[in-house]
Write a protein that binds this ligand. Structure first.
Ligand SMILES: Nc1nc2c(ncn2[C@@H]2O[C@H](COP(=O)(O)OP(=O)(O)OP(=O)(O)O)[C@@H](O)[C@H]2O)c(=O)[nH]1
Ligand SMILES: [Mg+2]
Length: 348
């Protein structure tokens, strides 16, 4: 499963600086058949210390982390939905991302022009969210036109969809972000395939001056794009040292990924053996066959059982045979809910 994050914001707020820093360590794309070569798309590995610990046991030649995709788009300006600036064209690039990450300017540097003249995060957020709402309104009205003619002929399904779209249109008209509107599962299913923007989970990144990068702000991920850019040039030991001088425990990339996993309710399970140690992302509360399905559709369809060990026990007992001798392997069936950190051997 590829987790994808779209970066939006006003012009000149540091989106590309952050994107470049985050995606500097390019993944070995050969491991990922979907990797596109596009300057605005970067794929990075999700750092996970458990992989190297598992591989200290297996010494596999191939270690495959989960990955995250970032999509950088041109700055949006007020009126983008009416064709102002370049942004609106690029909105189509984020229709299919899982999370939208809005970068907001918090740094003071007078040499960098602010489009509206002063640093005002809340007002900037409102500008961007309004543009996203307008973009959704345009999408919704064009879809409603399509459905209306069918609804007129009395098609039940279309009548139902139309009433949902009317509600959505009203919410957007009132300036609501759909992700905050408490829509029901049925309503979400109706609008699923139009890929609305404001339905996506939104994370806000406040791009602050370097010396403020360690200070928390409620509901915001506080990052200094400049710091991230410097970090991306350092070795991992140097980076740890530099983070310490800034009073930071982890890099912005690590915090951003953790927040995105959290937003989307994702956990990680592993498959491990002498040829490959592999991390897989999956939605929380998934069953063992669903986990298998992430690897291969056969693993879901022909699932018999899963043999599950906690990753710490694989490490402690030197692999699955050691863990088996100690009775640490659990045999689990179709109903088993996969836990973060499970190492799973699928039997099909
Ligand atoms: N002082 C300071 N300058 C920054 C920071 N982040 C970005 N900048 C500067 O701001 C300017 C714009 O940065 P970009 O990353 O290109 O901004 P952007 O949001 O991608 O802009 P558009 O693509 O035009 O929408 C550049 O001159 C950066 O060096 C920061 O954290 N601190
Ligand atoms: Mg840019």
């Amino acid at each position: 499963m590829k987790l994808s994050i779209g970066i939006v914001g006003l012009p000149n707020v540091g989106k590309s600086t952050l994107f470049t820093a985050l995606t500097k360590k390019k993944v070995d794309v050969s491991n990922y058949p979907f990797a596109t070569i596009d300057p605005n798309i970067g794929i990075v590995e999700v750092p996970d210390d458990r992989l190297s610990q598992l591989n200290s046991v297996y010494k596999a030649p191939k270690v495959v982390p989960t990955v995250i995709e970032f999509v950088d788009i041109a700055g949006l300006v007020r009126g983008a939905h009416k064709g102002e600036g370049l942004g609106n064209k690029f909105l189509s690039h984020i229709r299919e991302v899982d999370v939208i990450c809005q970068v907001v300017r918090g740094f003071s540097d007078a040499d960098v022009t602010h489009v509206s003249g002063k640093v005002d995060p809340q007002s900037d957020i409102e500008t961007i969210n309004t543009e996203l709402i307008f973009a959704d309104l345009a999408t919704v009205s064009s879809r409603m036109k399509d459905i209306e003619s069918k609804a007129k002929s009395g098609d039940k399904e279309s009548l139902k969809s139309l009433s949902v779209f009317k509600k959505i249109q009203k919410l957007l008209d009132q300036g609501e972000m759909l992700s905050q509107a408490g829509l029901s599962r049925d309503e979400l299913l109706v609008i699923y395939d139009v890929h609305l923007l404001t339905i996506k989970p939104m994370m806000y990144i406040l791009n602050v001056d370097e010396q403020e990068a360690g200070q928390p702000v409620a509901d915001r991920l506080v990052i200094s794009a400049k710091v991230e850019s410097e970090l991306s040039e350092l070795s991992s030991t140097e980076a740890v040292e530099y983070l310490r001088t800034l009073n930071l425990e982890s890099s912005g990339l690590d915090r951003l990924i953790a927040a995105a996993y959290d937003q989307l309710g994702l956990i990680t399970f592993f498959t491990a053996g002498p040829t490959e140690v592999h991390a897989w992302a999956i939605e929380r509360d998934s069953t063992a066959p669903q986990a298998g399905g992430k690897i291969h559709s056969d693993f879901e369809e022909r699932f018999i059982r899963a043999e599950v060990i906690r990753w710490q026990e694989v490490v402690e007992f030197g692999g699955e045979s050691g863990a088996r001798e100690k009775g640490k392997i659990r045999i689990e069936g179709k109903e088993y809910i996969v836990q973060d950190g499970d190492v799973i051997y699928f039997r099909i």
